[in-house]
Ligand binder design. Structure first.
Ligand code: ADP
Ligand code: ZN
Length: 436
């Protein structure tokens, strides 16, 4: 427990003091936004002026900002400062239309590093730790974002970057790596390669903390990763539009992620009515950046579905907690009129110790109807006993049907049969679209 040891004094501000700070920063942000061609026009169109925003409650007068707005203003139309005051841009590759660009000033980068350092300190990282980052560097913010945060905290950093699992493992043992940042699908992969090479993470490495994030994963997946690698794994949430990692992070309680409210104003809305939902209820996360210079975003619709966890956290931090991300509203599968999130399937699969972590959901049209196939790898060699295998397949099918209300076809595969992806895992393949 790090209770009593906080990286920034803002972490334990009283609710009143936190809201006063948010109000002041919101007003500064709104006036800064008037230097952005996009927001200037947005405010004019909607008949609002910066003076109308005096309290947190006034935030709702401001229209939402969407990913489409970022695309429409690509590359620099959203900036609130001249380009000469920016020192870096990150860009996320859009699958449709233009990519999006986020600009940063030197102060933005320093604040971002502070937020990441705060997260890492919270879970017990200290300057005598050795931090290894398995994220791709470059445009993907999980690389440089963690790099600068870990350096700011004062750890020895190993910017190993993505891929080359054997080299990652060699670095763990040679450099005495204690903290690793990895996406959950890659954490499992590391373990599998270690096992194949006869390396026992508990005996042969000093690994103790893992930051896992960037993609949805279930509680069971986390526990599996902890058991496999002999570490504590903490959920890390962020997105390029909000800088990257460092937006929200679990504390040692491992019960929800503190979202840094001195950096962001948090709203959870019903994605259909766009009205706020009460604390505890799932909706879409909407964030306003309140300490960014180059490119502040007001009421940005993240598309991520989560909820505020009601109540205070025993760790003493006053910043509210969000629950694990349930998925993006655009990840939702609609199958025969039923709404399904891939994480629901994962939650069931991970309850079976016979199954490994890799799975793929394929959607097809068969005889005019939607059909779902769930392919999942077995963790060991269970192919000898055909009856047991059939029983397992049946049991998985039954549990999936109870959870998602449609009956999928389940296929059990030998280890390594599913294609490995370089970055975030691909969990759904929708072959129906080409017929629509
Ligand atoms: P891209 O949009 O290209 O995936 P980002 O790297 O900015 O680029 O991804 C941000 C998104 O990743 C978030 O909006 C969210 O959907 C997902 N994400 C990030 N961290 C987590 C996490 N801890 N749990 C679940 N999903 C996450
Ligand atoms: Zn806490």
């Amino acid at each position: 427990m790090t209770t009593g040891e906080y990286y920034n004094s803002e972490e334990t501000l009283s609710r009143d003091a936190l809201e006063a700070l948010q109000t002041q920063r919101l007003k500064e942000t709104v006036s800064r936004c008037m230097r952005s061609p996009f927001y200037k026009e947005r405010f004019r169109e909607n008949g609002i002026s910066p003076e109308d925003i005096k309290s947190l409650d006034d935030l709702k007068k401001i229209p939402f900002t969407t990913k489409q707005d970022l695309r429409d203003t690509y590359p620099f139309g959203m900036a609130s400062v001249p380009l000469k005051d920016c020192v870096r841009l990150h860009s996320s590759s859009g699958t449709t239309g233009n990519p999006t660009v986020i600009l940063h000033s030197a102060k933005d980068l320093s604040e971002w590093a502070n937020a990441v350092a705060r997260c890492l300190w919270m879970v017990g990282c200290r300057p005598d730790d050795v931090f290894q980052n398995t994220s791709g560097y470059g445009m993907f913010t999980g690389g440089l974002g963690f790099q600068y945060g870990a350096e700011k905290l004062g750890m020895l950093t190993v910017p190993a970057a993505a891929g080359n699992t054997l080299r990652q493992i060699k670095f763990f043992t040679d450099f005495g790596t204690t903290v690793v940042h990895a996406i959950p699908s890659y954490a499992s992969r590391i373990y599998e390669v270690m096992r194949d090479k006869g390396i026992d993470p508990r005996r042969d490495t000093k690994l103790r903390i893992l930051a896992i994030g960037a993609e949805p994963h279930s509680e069971d997946t986390r526990r599996r990763i902890e058991d496999m690698l002999g570490v504590k794994a903490y959920n890390s949430f962020g997105m390029s539009e909000m800088c990257g990692p460092g937006v929200a992070f679990e504390c040692p309680e491992q019960n929800g992620m503190h979202i840094w409210e001195d950096y962001y104003i948090v709203e959870i809305i019903d994605p259909v009515t766009l009205e706020p939902v009460p604390d505890g209820q799932v909706g879409e996360l909407v964030l306003t950046t309140i300490n960014r210079e180059a490119m502040p975003l007001l009421r940005y619709r993240t598309r991520d579905l989560t909820r505020i966890i009601p109540g205070e956290c025993p760790c003493g931090r006053s910043h509210r907690r969000i629950d694990r991300i349930k998925g993006r509203s655009d990840d939702m599968i609609i199958l025969r009129g039923v709404n399904i999130f891939p994480i629901q399937v994962e939650q069931i699969l991970m309850q079976f110790s016979e199954l490994a972590s890799d799975y793929l959901i394929t959607l097809d049209t068969e005889g005019g109807n939607d059909a779902m196939t769930v392919e999942v790898e077995l963790s060991g060699n269970h192919f000898d006993d055909y009856t047991a295998l059939q029983r397992l397949e049946k049991e998985i099918t039954r549990m999936l049907r109870d959870e998602i209300l449609v009956t999928p076809r389940v296929r059990l595969l030998p280890k390594g049969a599913l294609p490995q992806s370089e970055g975030k895992a691909v969990r759904v393949r929708d072959n129906r679209k080409q017929y629509q």
